[in-house]
Each structure stands twice: as C-alpha cells, then as structure tokens.
Design a protein around this ligand. Structure first.
Ligand SMILES: [Fe+2]
Ligand SMILES: [Fe+2]
Length: 149
C-alpha cells in the first residue's frame, strides 16, 4: 500500500501552492517577527517583572517557529528557514505592548484557520497548543498594558 501525501511538492511547473502551505509560511514569518519584536521590547525596559512577562512570549515564539517548521516539512517534504527580521521601532514600550495585544489576537485567528485545514489529529493538537499559548500572550500583554499606562 502506498500513502500519497496530498501536500507533497512535485516538480510540475504548474504546481500551485496549496493555501495551507501559504498560511504556514505566513505563520513562520509572523513567529520570526514577533520574536524579534519581543527581544527588542525587553531591551526597552529595566523592570524585571516587565521583562519576565515579555520573555514568556519571546521563548514561546521560538518554540512555535520550530513547530511550524516541522509541520511544513511533514506536509511538503521540504525544509524551510527564515531569517530573523530587523524589528520595527516603536516610540514607547507602551505602544509596542498595545500593538502586541492585537498581533497576538490576529495570530489566534490565523492559527484557527490553519488548524481547521490540517489533515491529522496530531497536527491539529499541535496547533491547539500554539493557539492557547498565543491567548496567554495576549493576556500577559493586556496585564502589562494596564500596569504601565
Ligand atoms: Fe507564536
Ligand atoms: Fe505569541
């Protein structure tokens, strides 16, 4: 018996990238830029409690990046790696925190969509774990926003 992976990349020139692969590529890019942003945000404060809260998200985005890399590889048979981008600058830490709340909630929306398109329960469980992490980040940034404003 042969198992044909429906997402496996072939060399056909007319091959169109399935939507789920595009969305996972978008997720990889977002995880990279969020990690770069949170690294920069930790440098914008000397308050250890603020740094600690941001570090939870910083560490998780590194973990998520690897999980999305694994998913990409399982679905396509190809590896993918993205450079860490230069983070966008914000006038104040509070501005960066506020945009991070929205960014985390947008990630939840995107990842729900990806979860619904994944072919196996194990893959969907991975997305569930990532989604709950992003919800936790949104809560931590909301706490920081209330604390610093
Ligand atoms: Fe993430
Ligand atoms: Fe996050």
């Amino acid at each position: 018996m042969y198992y044909t992976n429906p997402f496996y990349r072939c060399s056909d020139d007319d091959y169109e990238t399935p939507e789920i692969i595009d969305l996972i590529t978008e997720a990889l890019r977002d995880e990279r830029s969020d990690r770069a942003k949170y690294g920069m945000m930790m440098d914008m404060t000397d308050d250890p409690e603020v740094q600690r809260q941001i570090r939870f998200a910083y560490d998780d985005e590194g973990k998520h990046y690897k999980l999305f890399q694994n998913l990409y590889e399982e679905l396509t048979g190809s590896t993918i790696d993205m450079p860490m981008p230069e983070p966008k600058k914000y006038p104040t830490l509070l501005d960066a925190i506020q945009t991070s709340i929205n960014g985390e909630l947008a990630a939840v929306e995107l990842y729900r969509k990806i979860k619904a398109m994944l072919p196996t329960q194990v893959m969907r469980d991975t997305l569930y774990e990532i989604i709950t992490d992003e919800q936790e980040h949104a809560t931590r940034f909301t706490y920081l926003y209330a604390m610093l404003k």
